[in-house]
Design a protein around this ligand. Structure first.
Ligand SMILES: Cc1ncc(C[n+]2csc(CCOP(=O)(O)OP(=O)(O)O)c2C)c(N)n1
Ligand code: SF4
Length: 334
């Protein structure tokens, strides 16, 4: 290939740079924060004509330290419990004014699975045209890693400690997607930061619908999960390849698509990457029982959603081994 002079290649690089990033660099998230990456990807796909309502939590805190803001869109901080209600109100106002601006609601798992759930259920029941995105880092991270309804079984948090009598969280991760899909809204999906193209296409699909839509994005937290920040994407891919976090799409409560696992990984490969599961690696009967239990949860998900469907059934479909990588710079908005 002919080599371009420096000025021409710089121009080319500039042309390839994003026209719209939504969440700007320079915010205060920890290095390797899955949620920061996920929010950037969602906004790149959504484009500039949006209003964001953001619940209390890490995303809101690290992006809006007064007097600075990392947001390139209109953005409002709601209470922990009422993001969906605030977003519903904005959407009703946009509709009354005949505006096409789309409304996004952002919250963590604490603000979605637990504290903001009643407002979310009301929004879905009234079918407001809002895309609600839950950044699922599986604990209340902003206040120092307390367990939420989304924390997986066996995981250490400050309120599900590990000691001689307690062995991390005793309860299952809440099956939020099933509860959400019982509202029979037009579109619901799960996604992972390890598959950015998949996440972006789900955002576009959701915004193409009239009515309420919901995306649950698995978002590793190096601080709360106890892993090196450079491993966030790799670890999230393992969550998918083990079957612990299945990637799927639902239309009015019915599963319409799954991301097939091409090469299944044992759950031990996932849990050995994170300190929150360190006690499960001990050589003891109880630790073995817990490992078996987590493996059974993965196998159940694989069976329930038919995740081992071979890609040869539909070669155009993304699968867990596909070349779907995070690139810097974002998408172009023509
Ligand atoms: C009603 C209410 N209870 C508790 C708090 C304190 N609080 C602020 S952020 C936060 C944790 C947020 O957790 P999550 O929604 O999972 O988001 P993350 O920080 O993990 O991204 C808590 C408990 C609050 N602001 N309001
Ligand atoms: S504590 Fe976790 S979720 Fe919060 S900014 Fe740090 S990495 Fe992100």
């Amino acid at each position: 290939m002919e080599e371009l002079p420096l000025s021409a290649s710089l121009n080319l690089l500039r042309e390839q740079q994003p026209r719209f990033t939504g969440l700007e660099a320079g915010h205060r998230a920890c290095q390797g924060c899955g949620q920061a990456l996920a929010a950037r990807l969602v906004l790149e796909a959504a484009g500039p004509d949006v209003i964001v309502a953001n619940a209390t939590g890490c995303l809101e805190i690290f992006s809006s330290a007064w007097p600075e803001s990392a947001w390139r869109t209109p953005w409002i901080h709601s209470l922990f419990e009422n993001t969906a209600a605030v977003a519903s109100g904005i959407e009703a106002a946009m509709r009354a004014q005949g505006k096409s601006t789309r409304v996004l609601a952002f919250a963590g798992d604490g603000g979605t699975f637990d504290i903001g759930f009643q407002a979310l259920s009301g929004m879905l029941e009234r079918n407001h045209s809002v895309l609600y995105v839950c950044f699922d880092n599986e604990a209340y991270m902003n206040t120092g890693v307390q367990r939420s309804g989304s924390t997986p079984h066996g995981a250490w948090t400050t309120t599900s400690p590990v000691g001689s009598k307690t062995r991390g969280k005793r309860h299952y991760k809440k099956d939020l997607l099933s509860i959400i899909s019982a509202h029979r809204m037009p579109y619901a999906a799960t996604a992972s930061i390890a598959y950015p193209s998949d996440l972006r296409s789900k955002v576009r699909k959701a915004l193409g619908e009239e009515g309420s839509t919901f995306i649950l994005v698995h978002s590793p937290c190096p601080l709360g999960w106890g892993h090196e920040s450079r491993l966030s994407v790799e670890i999230d891919r393992l969550a998918v390849e083990t079957g612990l976090f299945p990637i799927l799409e639902m239309d009015r409560g019915n599963v319409i698509n799954v991301m097939p696992i091409r090469k299944k990984r044992p759950v031990i490969d996932y849990i050995r990457t994170q300190d929150r599961f360190r006690h499960l690696l001990e050589e003891s009967e109880i630790a073995q029982e817990e490992r078996d239990h987590l493996q059974a949860l993965c196998d159940f998900n694989i069976e329930r959603y038919g995740l081992m469907v071979g890609p040869e059934d539909d070669p155009s479909r993304l699968d867990t081994q596909s070349a779907d990588t995070v690139t810097r710079g974002g998408e172009r908005w023509a």
